[in-house]
Design a protein around this ligand. Structure first.
Ligand code: 1PR
Length: 563
């Protein structure tokens, strides 16, 4: 008897389990169809792709028991795919059959006026003015959404509209953020990833009596049209580069243009510590600090993982597990997401490696080196758009297929290649011209951006534009755009690079490398259309706080999430 969670074997369900433990609620896992009989309340944290969720339920014999459970009138709380599955079908996987409880179909966001997936923090608006019906939600709060497919709010259709509870606007599209009727409550956003505001939603539902949870009245039908501006916020991300120091302990380090070793002449570093890996703190402690300070998202990059299999790197998996226990915002893990072979000859696919991170509590994985190789390979199979064709085997394709494209980030490590302004060679259409920008000896020149692999150690014959267009086509859901030239310099983001990439893809782009003061964040959001800005060094060294950055952004009229 009691509260049960449904796991169909795809994506990060650990985070919800961690959240419920933190809130002090006991639960069991549904492990066989018979468990539905014992459940008196059920939460379905659906993550991944619609089709793989349905396949996962069918192959485990859980699809019909789930339908029967909901039909029995016992309380049900669906999250993300756990909400979408209530509909008849989804464009994401047209041949997969949803439960059909809500007589409508899930469609795809248009990317004509905005980046898709809808990835980030957005507000909700109630359809019912009755405060008792609010389920812990607050229209002044922001909630974390990550999805490309959505249920439009069809207020003209009474049968669908009565399910509507709150709506959200992204660009000029209004969609259902939560649905609620009878024994069903479900949300498109991830409450377990929405910080204190999200925890409140879960707690409110769980604190209701099971009778109250099972008897929500339908919502009156309300006409709703898009407003001139949506409630979508810009994200501020803190990134931790993690590696072993010379004593074998995992530490957060930070490079200057990717060099993470102390220099004897820098910042009072003595000859004794010169050459040691720079140590800026413990990964889990720093992650907890950034969560409390209001980071919208965190990244952990295993920066030496290209040397061995991450599956053998148990300390890194332990770091992810521990971070996921204290951090209730999205966690991206990068480094070594590729096909590997253990020293004893056991092969592991990139999908398996990613799966281990998702099970440990990661929401997204970030791929750098393998993404470059995948685009080089796809370019050998020409296509009309000039980008090339994937063959379905790359890490990006296999992980996006199983977990949805929103779970796959490509981290890009480009380096400037300076050329004379009269240059007429390859990539001349991608040249950026800077006036007083760049090192003294290159002043007055133009440059293009070359891709690198293995943490900038090796240059590849591929431009950043070729890379980002290629990975978008392969199925990446977001670009994390570093700059080797700007990393650790505090000179500000490389705006020419950010603008170039933003203009060439429709998926969200995170600007990274070079932030030195709050004005740099204002500048990157005012001068480019990036969705998020990431920083490392200034946060680790406490030179600038996340709250300070957000206060400056709000004062400049840029919408951000506040605590
Ligand atoms: O190639 O798939 O195994 O992934 C390796 C990952 O590790 C890549 O995402 C790559 O960017 C990262 N990485 C590898 N070597 C380094 C290094 O520093 N030696 N770190 C490295 C890259 C850049 C950002 C940094 C921003 C902001 N670090 O992570 O956080 O530049 O810094 P700032 O605000 O201090 O300027 P794979």
């Amino acid at each position: 008897m009691g509260l049960y969670l449904l796991d169909y074997g795809a994506g990060n369900v650990q985070s919800l389990a961690n959240t419920l433990k933190k809130l002090g609620h006991e639960f069991h896992w549904i492990s066989s169809p018979a468990d539905f009989e014992k459940a008196t309340s059920l939460i379905f944290p659906g993550v991944g792709a619609f089709g793989s969720a349905i396949d996962g339920l069918v192959s485990r014999g859980l699809y019909e028991p789930l339908r029967e459970y909901i039909a029995s009138g016992k309380p049900y709380f669906g999250i993300c795919i756990g909400m979408q599955i209530l509909f008849r079908s989804s464009l994401e996987s047209p041949s997969s059959k949803g439960l059909g409880i809500i007589p409508s179909d899930i469609g795809l966001f248009s990317n004509a006026d905005k980046a898709v997936p809808h990835m980030g923090w957005n507000s909700v608006e109630f359809l019912d003015a009755d405060e008792k019906a609010h389920e812990g939600l607050d229209p002044r709060s922001s909630y974390y959404f990550v999805h490309s497919f959505r249920a439009a709010y069809e207020w003209e259709h009474a049968e669908v509209a009565q399910w509507g509870h709150t709506t959200t606007q992204y660009g000029q599209e209004v969609f259902l953020a939560t649905v609620r009727k009878g024994n069903v409550f479900a949300c498109q956003f991830h409450p377990e990833k929405s910080g204190p505001a999200g925890l409140k939603v879960l707690d409110a539902w769980l604190r209701e009596s099971e009778t109250d949870r099972a008897t929500s009245p339908p919502t009156p039908r309300v006409a709703r049209f898009p407003k001139p501006k949506d409630g979508f916020t810009k994200r501020i991300i803190a990134c931790m580069d993690v590696r072993s120091n010379d004593d074998g302990d995992l530490v957060v380090t930070k490079g200057d243009q990717y060099d993470v070793r102390e220099r004897a002449d820098g910042d009072g570093v003595s000859a004794r510590t010169a050459g040691a890996v720079r140590n800026l703190g413990k990964p889990v402690a720093l992650a907890s600090r950034y969560y409390v300070e209001g980071a919208d998202e965190l990244c952990l990059m295993n920066i030496t993982s290209f040397r061995h299999s991450p599956l053998l790197d148990q300390p890194m998996l332990a770091v992810v597990r521990a971070a996921a226990e204290t951090v209730y915002v999205p966690l991206t893990i990068g480094g070594g997401i590729k096909d590997t072979v253990d020293p004893d000859g056991t092969p592991h696919s990139a999908l398996e490696v990613a799966g281990a991170y998702f099970r440990a509590g990661a929401d997204k994985v970030s791929i750098a080196t393998e993404a470059v190789f995948a685009v080089e390979k796809m370019r050998e199979r020409p296509s009309a758009d000039g980008v090339g064709e994937g063959d379905g085997t790359s890490a990006i394709e296999t992980i996006a297929h199983a977990y949805g494209r929103q779970a796959v980030v490509v981290s890009v490590d480009p380096r400037r290649v300076y050329v004379e302004s009269s240059y007429d060679g390859p990539y001349k259409d991608e040249l950026v011209y800077g006036k007083a920008d760049g090192p003294e000896n290159e002043r007055g020149k133009a440059w293009w951006y070359q891709c690198t692999v293995r943490g900038g150690r090796e240059n590849r014959p591929l431009s950043v534009v070729q890379l980002v267009r290629g990975v978008e086509k392969l199925g990446a859901g977001e670009i994390l755009l570093n700059s080797i030239d700007r990393d650790g310099t505090g000179l500000g983001y490389d705006l020419g690079l950010v603008e170039l990439v933003r203009r060439n893809v429709r998926i969200p782009v995170v600007a990274s490398s070079g932030a030195g003061k709050p004005e740099h964040f204002i500048e990157v959001f005012q001068k480019t259309k990036v969705e998020a800005a990431l920083a490392a060094g200034i946060f680790h060294r406490r030179e600038v706080g996340i709250d300070e950055v957000k206060t400056a952004l709000l004062a400049s009229g840029i919408n951000v999430r506040t605590l």
